[in-house]
Ligand binder design. Structure first.
Ligand code: NAD
Ligand code: MG
Length: 371
C-alpha cells in the first residue's frame, strides 16, 4: 500500500464585476467584443418564456449581427422549470447543437434562469464560463450575485447545485418596468432582508421610501429609488459573500427569513413567489428573535410594518398549519443532527452570534409551534 499526497494550490481568480444601470444590452455586446469569454467559440443564451419575447429575441439578433455564433435555449417561465429535468433537456440540446468546452453561457432572466443556467454551466464539459443578465428585482437583490446555483427537487428548493461564480453580472434596472407588480413586491422581500441583517440606516430609508417602488396597491418604480436599492443590495450581499464565499459561517446570515420561507414555498408547490414566502419567513424570524428578547417589541413591529407597507404578507396562509410548516422545515439544508437552525437578528441591521461562534441557533419544535 502507498499513500500519495497531491498538493494543489488554488489558482483560480473568481472575482467579477457587477454592472448596475439602465439598458445594459449594448454594454454586454461591447464586453463580448472585448473578449468577455476569450476561449468561447459558441454562446448559449438561456432564458424563459416570458423574457424571450420581451428581451431575448432582440438581444440574440444584436449579438448575431456582431458575428457571434449564438443559439437560444428556453424553458417555460416559473419555478417549476428549475429542475434537473430542464437542465438535462438543455444540456442534451446543447450537445446536439455541437456545444463543447469552447462554449459560454449567457443567463438572461430572473433567479430561476440564473440558478439553473449557472449550475448547468458548472457541470457542462466540467465547467464553462457564464454571465448573469438579471431582469428581475429579486435576482438583482439576491439570486444573480453570490455564486450559489441550484435546481429544486420535490423534497425542497435548491437542494442540488454548485457554488459557481459568473464572469460578470449585469443588473438592468430598465427591465424592471415590464415586471408584474407582484414580482416587484416579491423582490423587495430580499431587499428588506438585507436591511434587517446589515444596515439599519438602509432600513430607515426603506421605511421612508419603499412606496416609491411598491405599495399595497401598485408598483411605481421611481428610477432613483430603484438604483439606490439595487446598489445597496449588491453592497450588502457582496460584503458578506466576499468574506465567506462558501458559507463556512458568516454567509449563513443571508438565510434570514429563508428557513420558514423555503418550507412554505415547497408546501405551496410554488403557487406563492419566493419573495412572498421570504416575507413571511422574515416575520417569523423577527417573532422568534423577539421571543428570545434579541429584538424589542418596537423593532419587531417596525419589521412587520415595513413588510406590510409594500404589500407583502407577514402571516402563513390558513391552509398550512404551523405543525406542517415545522415538519417541512426539517428538510432544510441548515438542519444539523435533526435540529432546525435559525439565524436571528439581535437588532435591526445586526445579527446574533451564538455560544459556538455560529450565527445559527437550534430551536425546538415546541418553541416553534407556539409561534
Ligand atoms: P423568476 O426567474 O421566476 O422570475 C419571476 C417571473 O418574472 C418569471 O415569471 C419570469 O418569467 C418573469 N420575468 C423575468 N424578468 C422579467 C421582466 N423583465 N419583465 C417581465 N417579466 C419578467 O424568479 P425571481 O423572482 O427572479 O427569482 C426567484 C428564484 O431565485 C428562486 O428560484 C430562488 O430560489 C432563486 N434565488 C436564488 C438565490 C441565489 O443566491 N442563487 C437567491 C435568491 C433567490
Ligand atoms: Mg432568497
Amino acid at each position: 500500500m502507498a499513500t500519495f499526497h497531491v498538493p494543489l494550490k488554488k489558482t483560480v481568480d473568481d472575482s467579477y464585476d457587477i454592472e448596475i444601470g439602465f439598458n445594459l444590452f449594448s454594454t454586454l455586446i461591447n464586453d463580448l467584443k472585448n473578449g468577455l469569454f476569450p476561449k468561447a467559440n459558441k454562446l448559449a443564451l438561456i432564458t424563459d418564456s416570458n423574457v424571450l419575447p420581451l428581451y431575448a429575441s432582440n438581444v440574440i439578433l444584436a449579438i448575431k449581427e456582431e458575428g457571434f455564433n449564438i443559439e437560444l435555449f428556453d424553458m417555460p417561465a416559473g419555478e417549476h422549470s428549475k429542475t434537473r429535468e430542464t437542465k438535462i433537456r438543455i444540456e442534451d440540446e446543447m450537445l446536439d447543437k455541437g456545444f463543447g468546452r469552447d462554449s459560454a453561457i449567457i443567463a438572461l432572466g430572473g433567479g430561476v434562469v440564473s440558478d439553473l443556467a449557472g449550475y448547468l454551466a458548472g457541470t457542462f464539459g466540467r465547467g464553462i464560463p457564464f454571465i448573469n443578465y438579471s431582469t428581475t428585482l429579486l435576482s438583482a437583490a439576491d439570486a444573480s450575485v453570490g455564486g450559489k446555483t441550484a435546481v429544486d427537487t420535490p423534497h425542497a428548493t435548491n437542494l442540488i447545485g454548485l457554488f459557481n461564480q459568473p464572469q460578470k453580472v449585469y443588473i438592468d434596472i430598465a427591465t424592471w418596468s415590464t415586471l408584474p407588480d407582484r414580482e416587484v413586491r416579491a423582490g423587495l422581500a430580499e431587499t428588506i432582508k438585507h436591511a434587517c441583517l446589515a444596515d439599519s440606516a438602509f432600513f430607515t430609508w426603506l421605511e421612508e421610501n419603499i412606496t416609491r417602488i411598491a405599495s399595497t396597491k401598485d408598483a411605481k418604480l421611481d428610477a432613483e429609488a430603484c438604483e439606490f436599492i439595487a446598489e445597496a443590495n449588491c453592497r450588502i450581499k457582496y460584503d458578506v459573500v466576499s468574506r465567506d464565499e462558501k458559507e463556512a459561517n458568516l454567509r449563513q446570515i443571508l438565510n434570514l427569513g429563508h428557513t420558514a420561507g423555503r418550507a412554505m414555498e415547497t408546501l405551496f408547490e410554488y403557487q406563492l413567489l419566493h419573495g412572498e414566502c421570504v416575507a413571511v419567513g422574515l416575520s417569523i424570524q423577527a417573532l422568534l428573535a423577539n421571543k428570545l428578547e434579541l429584538i424589542s417589541d418596537e423593532e419587531h413591529q417596525r419589521i412587520d410594518a415595513l413588510i406590510a407597507l409594500c404589500g407583502l404578507p407577514t402571516i402563513v396562509p390558513e391552509e398550512i398549519t404551523t405543525a406542517k410548516l415545522v415538519e417541512k422545515m426539517y428538510t432544510d439544508k441548515k438542519v444539523r443532527s435533526g435540529q432546525i437552525r435559525f439565524v436571528l437578528m439581535d437588532g435591526i441591521g445586526s445579527m446574533k452570534t451564538f455560544e459556538n461562534g455560529s450565527y445559527t441557533k437550534a430551536l425546538t419544535d415546541e418553541f416553534l409551534i407556539e409561534t
